[in-house]
Design a protein around this ligand. Structure first.
Ligand code: NAP
Ligand code: ZN
Ligand code: ZN
Length: 342
């Protein structure tokens, strides 16, 4: 039943910069024609939530309710929502809307729409018991995936799947994955399923065994730069998923001629490197943002087929600060997920 009443939502918010998350209640407008009301069961914590909390990207407006790796159940829907039913389990990621009219939207690349909006930028996110969301950016979650393992797929999984898939990564390729956090550990699993030979670059030596169990072929500790120098001209692609900057020239040097560095991690930094690290071998650097809604649906199906999911540490929603502090210290194996207790 669609109600016209405003909906009271209980959340965890950073009210002013520098403050911890605290309980916060707000009134949401009733569902519009394409909207759904989702009762949230789980919400992953992406490092982008931490960048937003700290206003690293200078785009945060407080009060901020973070959270864009959401799983929940449809409890109300607007009159134009035909592909979802009440009770369906859905996932919601970073992107909350697009214009549906521009070249990018019409060609199926709605993650490139210039009018897109994000779930927790100028919009209240998923550290909450409910959310009103545009159903066109909500994805049915197959039964094969558990909610807690699926939540991080909605941003982290989508972000790594899209460039791997777009480049047709397969058993011919030797690829590097830099950083083994939420994105990195999912990238390993997707790349393994696609058949690549995987070299993982990590600053955390204690992750070596787990990383190999996830499917990586080689673990390279980045604490000793000579490990990287030895790998000159050996990789076809490098996927950068770290939340901290690296020595870019050292990584460009590991690419084969015509190799490509794909930047997914978003530390608030500038990229500087000698131009000759690009010119000599006709190398490329590119960026990649999340995934289109079409790719997110493909990614979820692929994850279900290949039993790919996040390795998670669970925290009750009210303990969001504890989870955030663990993430800040790079101590989470590999994704913190907040759970709403029944
Ligand atoms: P995460 O879970 O915190 O993992 C980041 C990893 O980076 C860490 O596990 C660590 O890997 C490495 N790292 C962190 N601090 C470091 C330091 N001081 N020195 C060296 N390495 C460090 O983060 P995430 O959720 O995967 O997100 C990673 C980045 O991707 C963030 O910047 C996030 O904003 C960005 N992101 C971008 C998109 C997009 O659309 N492009 C989407 C989602 C997220 P090791 O311990 O293995 O070194
Ligand atoms: Zn994210
Ligand atoms: Zn558009």
């Amino acid at each position: 039943m669609l109600t016209n009443k405003v909906i009271t939502i209980n959340a965890m918010a950073v009210v002013t910069k520098g403050q911890p998350l605290a309980p916060f209640t707000y009134e949401a407008s009733p569902c519009g024609p394409y909207d759904i009301e989702v009762k949230i069961s789980h919400c992953g914590i992406c490092h982008s939530d931490l960048h937003l909390i700290d206003n690293d990207w200078k785009m945060t407006h407080y009060p901020l309710i973070p959270g864009h790796e959401i799983i929940g159940y449809v409890v109300q829907k607007g009159s134009n929502v035909n592909h979802l039913s009440l009770g369906d389990r859905v996932g919601i990621g970073w992107q909350s809307s697009s214009c549906h009219k521009c070249h990018w939207c019409e060609s199926g690349e709605d993650n490139l729409c210039l009018k897109q909006k994000a779930t927790c930028v100028d919009h209240f996110g998923g550290f909450a018991d409910r959310i009103i969301a545009d159903s066109r950016f909500a994805f049915l979650i197959p039964k094969a995936l558990k909610s807690e393992n699926a939540a991080p797929l909605l941003c982290g999984g989508a972000t790594v799947f899209s460039p791997l898939f777009e480049r047709n990564i397969n058993f011919h390729h030797k690829i590097g994955i830099v950083g083994v956090g939420g994105l990195g550990h999912l990238a390993i699993q997707f790349a393994k399923a696609l058949g690549a030979t995987i070299y993982v670059f990590s600053s955390s030596e204690n992750k070596a065994t787990e990383v190999q169990a996830l499917g990586a072929d080689h673990f390279i500790s980045t604490t000793d730069p000579s490990n990287l120098k030895q790998m000159a001209s050996s990789l076809d692609f490098i996927f950068f998923t770290s939340s901290a900057s690296i020595n870019w020239a050292l990584y460009m040097n590991m690419l084969k001629p015509k190799g490509e560095l794909i930047i997914l991690g978003a530390p608030a930094t500038e990229l500087t490197l000698p131009l000759f690290s690009l010119i000599g071998g006709r190398k490329r650097i590119s960026g990649s943002n999340i995934a289109s809604s079409k790719e997110i649906a493909q990614m979820v199906a692929f994850a279900a087929d290949h039993q790919i999911g996040a390795k998670v540490e669970l925290f009750p929603m009210h303990a969001a600060n504890e989870a955030i502090e663990k993430l800040r210290k790079n101590k989470v194996h590999y994704r913190a997920v907040l759970v709403n207790e029944e």
